[in-house]
Write a protein that binds this ligand. Sequence first.
Ligand code: PNW
Length: 469
Amino acid sequence: MFPRDFAWGAATAAYQIEGGWQADGKAASIWDTFSHDKGRVFQDHNGDVACNSYMLREQDLECIQQLGLTHYRLSFSWARLLPHGTTQHVNHKGVEYYNNVIDELLANNVSPMVTLYHFDLPQALQDQGGWKCAGIAPIFDNYAKFCFQTFGDRVKLWLTVNEPSVCAKLGYESGKHAPGLEEPGTAAYLVGHNMLRAHAMAWHSYNTLFRSEQKGKVSLAINSDWLEPVDPHCEDDVAATERDLAFTLGWFAWPMFVSGDYPEIMRSAIDSQSEKMGYVGSPRLPTFSKDEPGILGSADFFAVNYYTSRKVKAGGGAGQMSMKSDCDVEEIIDPSWLISGVSWQAVVPGGLRKLLKYIKDTFNSPAIYITENGFSQMGPLQMEDVQRCVFYKDTILEVAKAIQEDEVDVRGYFAWSLLDNFEWAEGYSVRFGLFHVDFCDPELRRTIYKSGQEYAEIIKKHRGALDKK
Ligand code: PNW
């Protein structure tokens, strides 16, 4: 049912698992600062130790082997490699750590997929203005070049930025994520813009300096819910859904895959809202400069993180200036959908198939990696996590249908996450792991959930079937 070279993976991110927040020359990131600020994270949890993967990487490897993964997605901590954010000072212990992780994966026939930026900007760069400043893009580009140069002989799949929309919205619009700023309706667009510029610069650097020798691929991971109209026969609902898709998936995918610029519906919605509010000054949604490396075509594959779906209708946008009033839609959870451990995650495996088809039709049939998908548990822990087992089985079946029936070019699937870990503002209260981590045990023991065993079986079945052919 799956192509021979299909990537069967699981994903993690540096701040969520590594710990060692000050170990061996690592400097603070914005998540260190944010989580140490009282009242920001559930019960003031932080990632100081997390799963201690900085010390326990061999145990992570055992988990990876137990699942039989072909691929493992991890992220680099920028502040571990370059404590001040720039290449003027390299932390060689950090380089050594990631060299070890990568070499051990490869020695076990597991291919690494590396994210360069997963929410954790070096604090030193935040102090200079961070993602709101245009100057961050060339600094990111230097960091990316350093990584391609140092690790690119072995890493063939790269993601520049993970979920720019989540960084921008939660970090700068609602303030729920680091750096915790609340500047609704302005900063998020600027941050998203600079992330796209940074991504494009890094992609062009890879393209001109490294591609011919290293032969890898570079993209950016976009988070998107599947969205559909509350009433498919109501024109307003249909238009609202299109607008909502433009503000989520389109915000980043349109510039890279369609036009080199933001979706027209997004720009006009923002501009008309600005006009209504008597906003003066430069457009809140920035424009791309012709003098910079082009955004169009700056992705070698489409990377999508999918967690949930929504029904959409028009309205709900009035009030203060914000992305919500610009987009002017209301998102609804269908009452028939099961809710997972977190209230935002309605479980809709079929939404992934529809999203994949939409990506195929809208963005010119790109090769797609599902770089994250998972199911959260909260409250009384179940090692026999039956709902999550059903979730993975149903979801992977939907991916199979997308490949076979809809002819979508899906190249891989990464479960979020290998381990229970620091779930951002929710701390350790929400668990996404295929392995349970006992955070009360000083050894942070990892134990496979039933869902982990079943994922291993699914992988084995598909890899095994191909091996016999
Ligand atoms: C993604 N939200 O982030 C991230 O890439 C992961 O690091 C994270 O653990 C995973 O999804 C599960 O949440 C999100 O509040 C974090 O809507 C928060 C939200 C969405 C995605």
